[in-house]
Ligand binder design. Structure first.
Ligand code: UT7
Length: 331
């Protein structure tokens, strides 16, 4: 028995901010942002909770499977921007959904959160510990962005998605994974204050330490190598060539990182899901949003080999190979 994604949905705030909005306020330009990152616009809604964004997606995946909230066994929310430091966003989503029989937890692996979550949820289902997992990935990056810092605020967006992970017996589902972590990357990408190491004080607020800190170039170099390496490795050990892979669904941090990964895998551009132009980097939200759009557009068929790949804070990175389980919307 394998575990498979059996339903998928996403949600983002309706309010859209294009590059011009940033260029009117900061020393930046549409040209710089587009050519360096691939981003044209992001969806942002400062001051609402992550679970408010995830709730419609969670309801949608249950509807797609004709399940009631009481049928959910486990909820995992992958995020670094939960509604509160505690309790977990999973608890808050459980209450909003009325999933009274579910247990669950949050998983903090930043941009690789959804990949770590897919593997964790699959193992719970495959072991028989639970019948299903409502797996969500998303981030409200606006809550931790310094809108005076042009090097970070133009990069990120708000949004997320949900999938249902259930048993599969037809050979489709989650086939293999390569997950990695290197904590030495912490110095290049983190939030300075707000944790137990440096709790919030008037000083930390005045020093603007509750925001994303990123040394872009250092992260870029590791991301290009890390994401391409694991994507190539998962193909090689499953004897796949570029022809066998229907879709690469990469984390959307930078179009140049995505292109380098696709090139290493021998994939043509048509097989690579890109929506960074419309959403920016929604951290744990990028991959479920991509999967949801791919399915909605009827572009992915049951049986297709799909590779998910990510790189992010931690550092955390990885690749997951799955054989798509949901019938195409067109079939
Ligand atoms: O998802 C989590 C993991 N994160 C990532 O994967 C992000 C990886 N890093 C990147 O995507 C890229 O490094 C960035 C998009 C963040 C930056 O692109 P870059 O080509 O590496 O630029 P840079 O940081 O080397 O900066 C080049 C120049 C600098 O100016 P000087 O020092 O050459 O005068 C920056 O100050 O561009 C400047 N710059 C900007 N200029 C206009 C930085 N941000 C901006 C901006 N507008 N928004």
């Amino acid at each position: 028995m394998k575990a498979a994604i059996t339903a998928v949905a996403h949600n983002t705030p309706e309010t859209v901010y294009d590059n011009t909005w940033f260029a009117e306020r900061l020393d930046t330009s549409d040209e710089w942002i587009t050519t360096r990152t691939g981003i044209r616009e992001t969806h942002l809604r400062y001051g609402i909770g992550l679970t408010d964004i995830l709730l419609p997606a969670a309801k949608s995946v249950l509807e797609q499977r004709n399940l009631q909230p009481s049928d959910v066994d486990c909820i995992i929310v992958c995020t670094v921007t939960a509604d509160r430091v505690f309790p977990a966003a999973a608890s808050m989503l459980q209450a909003k959904l009325g999933a009274m029989n579910a247990w669950g937890f949050d998983l903090a692996a930043a941009c690789s959160g959804f990949l770590y979550g897919v593997v964790t949820a699959a193992k719970l289902v495959e072991s028989g510990a639970v019948r299903n997992v409502l797996l969500c990935g998303g981030d409200m990056m606006s809550s931790i962005l310094n809108f005076d810092d042009r090097t970070t605020c133009v990069l990120f967006g708000d949004g997320g998605g949900a999938v249902l992970i259930e048993p599969s017996t037809d050979g489709t589902g989650i086939i293999d994974h390569v997950l990695r972590m290197d904590g030495n990357g912490e110095k290049h990408l983190h939030m300075v204050a707000g944790g137990s190491l440096k709790p919030a004080t008037v000083e930390t607020v005045n020093n603007r330490e509750h925001f994303v800190f990123q040394e872009g170039q250092a992260v870029f170099k590791s991301a290009v190598k890390g994401m391409a390496d694991v994507s190539y490795e998962i193909m090689e050990r499953n004897n796949l060539t570029g022809d066998d892979v229907a879709w690469l669904v990469p984390h959307q941090a930078n179009l140049r990182i995505i292109d380098a990964t696709a090139q290493r895998m021998g994939l043509t551009k048509e097989k690579v899901v890109v929506n960074i132009d419309r959403y920016g980097n929604t951290t744990a939200g990028t991959i479920p949003i991509c999967l949801s759009e791919l399915h909605q557009q009827g572009k992915v068929k049951a049986g297709d080999n799909v590779i998910l790949a990510s790189f992010g804070a931690g550092y955390t990175w990885g690749a997951v190979l799955l054989r798509w389980s949901i019938s195409s919307k067109d079939s």
